[in-house]
Every structure is written in structure tokens, then in C-alpha cells.
Design a protein around this ligand. Sequence first.
Ligand code: ADP
Length: 451
Amino acid sequence: MFEKVLIANRGEIALRIHRACREMGIETVAVHSTADQDAMHVRLADESVCIGPPPAKDSYLNASAILSAATITGVDAIHPGVGFLSENADFATMVEEHGLVFIGPKPEHISLMGDKIAARQAAETLGLPVVPGSEGAVASAEDAAHLAEKIGYPVLIKAAAGGGGRGMKLAPTQGELLEAFKFAQIEAKASFGFDAVYLEKFLPHPRHIEVQIMADGQGNVAHLGERDCSLQRRHQKLVEESPSPALNPEERDRIGRLASAAMSQLGYQSAGTIEFLYQNGEFYFIEMNTRLQVEHPVTEAITGIDLVREQIRIAAGLPMSFGQDDITFSGHAIECRINAEDPVTFVPSPGVVTDYHAPGGLGVRVDSGLYSGYRVPAHYDSLIAKLIVHGQTRNECLMRLRRALDEFVIEGVHTTIPLHQRLIGENDFIDGNYNIHWLERYVGNEEGRAE
Ligand code: ADP
């Protein structure tokens, strides 16, 4: 097993990884920007190294600074967390070239799934159903129009290098196609430096259902059930739950098996998430994330399996500590993402947290690096805490969530807690009756729809 691991990330996820390492008797090295020198994970880590100024490109995305820190501190492995360099195949390769272990999948699988066009093709080959659309990249607006005519409007133009909901444009009719195509290309180029786009049929009212996979690259693959992440704003998830209120046992079993079989055929290793849209009883692959997901705790809650620990064990060459038949799915879990944002306008709200009190009690988990006096920096993602509740039934879970949200105190910055409190009183949420557009209609922010 590793003796020392470098955590190439920040915020709650860095703390999450630190905790797993600690429980495994592994020393940790935190790397941080100057904006994060007082962060909780930096305080708790055995060692810390400042790797640059606040902008992510100069610190958390600065591969050479991170590798230098790894060399100086003599770590065995690097955990990339989520975001930043976690899905950067070049970084994974560089880590290996430095004689260190990248705690994640093989670089070739990161690149394959990072190119959404190649990922679509791979998914089809691996027997996963995909959204009807183009076979590869669409070279011109004329080609796009030709194809859209065949599959039917509305269609989405998506960036091959897309992520975080960017580089995705909706063409409701042929009249809007040219503009959607142009804008998608421009946004793709500006955001990702790569303007290849492809076309997909726009599904009008799907749910976002994703399957958690774990594989050890030694022949063992298991799925850990699904997460329903349909409550989104601007394609960003805000609430996630498992199991999905929309699936019946047969559908759950079917998609879990399909996802496992696909990963087995691919020879995948480590944690991964296969994302699908689900509508009228059918699943459609949209993408695969070759990393840990922000919402992984809901899966941990219902399976009792520590996904980060398992990732570390697998990276260290150990076989998986469980097989499919060892997994028992128990109860229901919901996660609320608490962002430092105005709960109505969603404008980021950095600043000093003047008072902090986290809820607790049976079935309540809070993943957060916050404390009283902590300054939420303006430079990064606004996620400051995740509240995960677990109950024996969905109803118990909802009651517990309401009580935990009421106990949560975060003063000094605006947060999305009031939005979650409102949501939990909505009949559609209580009934599990929502799709990917529900939240945007609810918050009255329709311009955020797949425009
Ligand atoms: P990203 O990589 O930017 O996250 P995804 O392909 O995962 O992009 O899609 C993000 C979200 O956009 C999905 O969860 C869903 O809400 C919406 N979406 C994506 N593809 C479609 C589609 N074909 N039809 C309708 N909505 C879609």
C-alpha cells in the first residue's frame, strides 16, 4: 500500500480524499494556491506545498508545479479528485512517467471518454444505447441540417470536448440550426480550444440517470447502482438521489448490468460513472466520467462502500474488496449541493464565513471544509458543502433532509440552503416527479435551458 499520497485538488473533495487516506494509514500532502493556505485540508494534511497564485491555471492546473511538489515530498501516488486535472490524460501519463501512481483510470480510457464523439462510438461498440445523432463529428451546418432532417427536430449541437454544460446549443427548428451550429463551434473553441461538434436528438423531458462503476482492471467489475441527477440548473447538478424514484427494479438491474458489461469489455480500471438520459423506459448514453463524482456520497450511503478507499486500493494493485454479489443496496440517500451563491439570482457570494454550524445525527453526513472565519475565495467553483442524508425509505430521507437543512447555519455568505428548503416543500420533489428541466422552470430561469 502507498505510504504517502498527494492530493491534487482543493475544497471539500480534497478533504474527502485526505480522510480516506488517514483511515488507511496513508500520509497526505496537500497542494494549494495562495488563496487556499488556510483551507481545512491544508491544515489537516501531514505536509502542504504552495503551488502558485489563485488562478487555477497557475496552481491546480499547473501540472509541473504539482509534479515538483510530488517529487520534493516523496509521495507514491497522486489523487486528482474531481475537476481540475482529474480527466487530463496527459497529466495521468506524466504522473506515471515520474514513477508515481495516478489514482484513477488508465490514460487511454481518460482520453477515449474525454472526446465525446469517440465516447459515443465506443459506447455503441460496447453495447450501450446512445442518443440518436451523428456518427462522428459534423463538419458543416449543411451536414448538420441534412442529418437533423432525418432524425427530427429539436436537435442539440454539442462540443466534442464539452463539459460542465458548455458548448451545447439547441436548435428547435431548421431556422435556428445555422446559428446554433455556429455558436456551438465558437463556444467549443473558446472554452476547450477545439471546435469539433456533433449532433444529438434533443430529448424533451428525460431524467439524468447515471451508473456508478468500480473495476480493478484484474477482471472484477461491479456497478453500485444509479444516481438520479435530474435536478439541474444550466446543466449543473444541484440535488442527487439514489435510488432513482423513476426506475423499477427491472430497469435498474438492466442498466447496471449493461454498464458493468461495457466496462468489463473495455478493461476499465478505477471508479467511473456512465451517464444516461432516461425517457419512456429507455436509456440513452450521453457521456462517461472517468473519475470520482461530486455526488459519490449518495452511493456510499446506500451501499456502505467507501469509493475513495476502493480507488486507492485498486491503484495500489489490490483486487477489489467486493464483488457484485456482496453489494447490498439499503435505503435511500439524497445529496444537496450547497453553493456560496445567492439562492435566487445564483450570483456567486465569496467572503468570510462568520458563523458555521453543521447538522448531525443519524443518517446525516456533511462534506465541507468550512469553519467559522474561513474565507470562501472568489476564484473557484462555488460548492462549499454537501449535505447527504440517508434514510430507510425515501420519505424518512426527505423528513431528515428537511430537519438537517433547518439546523445548518452558514453566515457571512449567501448559500443555496434556502433554495433547498423551498424545494423540499414542493409536491413534485416530494413525489419524485421531475425531469432535467424541472428545476429551471421552478427557479424561473429558462434562459439556462440547453440554448
Ligand atoms: P457535459 O459534459 O457538459 O456535462 P452532458 O452531455 O453530460 O454534458 O449533458 C449535460 C446535461 O445536458 C444532461 O444532464 C442533460 O440535462 C442535458 N442534455 C445533454 N444531452 C441532451 C439531449 N440529447 N437531450 C436533452 N438534454 C440533454
